[in-house]
Design a protein around this ligand. Structure first.
Ligand SMILES: NC(=O)c1ccc[n+]([C@@H]2O[C@H](COP(=O)([O-])OP(=O)(O)OC[C@H]3O[C@@H](n4cnc5c(N)ncnc54)[C@H](O)[C@@H]3O)[C@@H](O)[C@H]2O)c1
Length: 333
């Protein structure tokens, strides 16, 4: 059985997903692409061999020959497009976030619950990153005892001028919010956000530091620095009762010369998480054939956005904020 996929939005991420789908995913074919920028859609179709260029997202979703939809258009389009996919009964892999606000995510959740089956996967691809998977497997082995603290670092080279502290949380640190819940298999119950106060430091991309408590009593922190200058760098360390597990960036080569050794950082997230994006896509397509949902669900998408909003509130009010969630629908157990 071959799954015919339609991709909505083929900018940086959508074009990458299109290349991954055609080059690395057996059992799938790229049936259609669309983009608000028609020339961009035609260029990506020519490069990837997509069978058609659709005029708009509705034409992709309502195309009877499209079995499943991948949404990689901007965040503010995700809710409406995902709801349209659900109304059409089409499985959808929606890039993160599921929607910018928890309220919008709840609308998607309600529609999926009403339909009675899981059709939505959210593109929190770190669930498929080999380094995080090894970390989780080692924790689950029990060898190191229980998890006590989780440190996360997430650094980008530079941030656009409009990228403020709220975006650092809801656009970037959401990856750490998601992966911390997944690794520790628990919910985050409170958040407090701190910002260094360095005179004259640029506001855009300035660091935010988030401290969470979990329902299991653990402490989680996230350093999010979108203007870190030196490279794209994601690291972490899980501290357990009998040892720690460090999350390292994969290193492919090291230059040794002049009494020094040098390793290299990627300029952005795509090389670092290439394996995760590929494994996520393969797992999504397989899940559509065998009917077993994988990856981040709409519930995970909702919780992540709700935690991000609590982070915004902490940032505005300068205090710790309790994270309130709606009861989890049975569909997501
Ligand atoms: N999972 C990850 O690691 C990761 C990383 C980066 C971005 N993202 C997410 O992926 C999404 C896309 O980000 P990007 O960096 O590729 O952005 P981008 O701006 O490069 O691409 C977005 C594309 O969508 C098109 N578009 C805009 N409105 C549209 C509409 N209504 N219908 C169809 N096409 C439309 C734009 O013309 C553009 O080509 C965002 O939601 C972003 O948050 C996820």
């Amino acid at each position: 059985m071959t799954i015919a996929v339609g991709i909505i939005g083929v900018g940086v991420m959508g074009a990458d997903h299109a290349r991954t789908l055609v080059n690395h995913v057996p059992g799938a074919r790229l049936r259609a692409v669309t983009d608000a920028d028609g020339a961009r859609a035609r260029q990506v179709a020519a490069e990837t061999g997509a069978e058609t260029v659709a005029p708009d997202p509705m034409a992709v979703i309502n195309d009877r020959s499209v079995d499943a939809v991948l949404i990689a258009s901007p965040d503010q389009t995700h809710r409406d497009l995902t709801l349209t996919c659900l109304a059409a009964g089409k499985p959808v892999l929606c890039e993160k976030p599921l929607a910018p606000t928890a309220r919008e995510c709840l609308e998607v959740l309600a529609a999926e619950v009403k339909g009675g089956r899981r059709l939505v996967q959210v593109g929190y691809m770190r669930h498929f990153d080999p380094a995080y998977m090894e970390m989780k497997a080692k924790l689950l082995s029990g060898e190191l005892g229980r998890a006590v603290m989780l440190h996360n670092f997430h650094r980008n080279v530079s941030a656009p001028t409009w990228f403020d502290a709220k975006m650092a949380i809801s656009n970037s640190a959401v990856h750490e919010i998601d992966i911390s819940r997944w690794l520790l298999d628990t919910e985050l119950t409170s958040v407090q956000v701190f910002k260094p106060k360095i005179a004259g430091m640029a506001e855009n991309g300035a660091p935010v530091f988030l401290v969470f408590e979990t329902a299991k009593g653990q402490i989680v922190n996230v350093e999010m620095f979108n203007n870190a200058a030196y490279g794209y760098d994601v690291r972490g360390e899980l501290v357990c009762e009998k040892g720690t597990i460090s999350l390292r960036s994969p290193i492919h080569s090291e230059v040794n010369t002049g009494l020094a050794s040098t390793t290299f950082y990627p300029a952005d997230w795509r090389p670092r998480f290439a394996d995760a994006y590929r494994l996520q896509m393969q797992a999504w397509i397989k899940s559509l054939s065998d009917g077993k949902p994988v990856g981040a669900s709409a519930w995970d998408g909702y919780v992540t956005s709700a935690v991000g909003e609590a982070g915004h509130q902490s940032l505005a009010e300068g205090r710790s904020v309790r994270i309130a969630l709606v009861p989890k629908p049975g569909l997501y157990d």
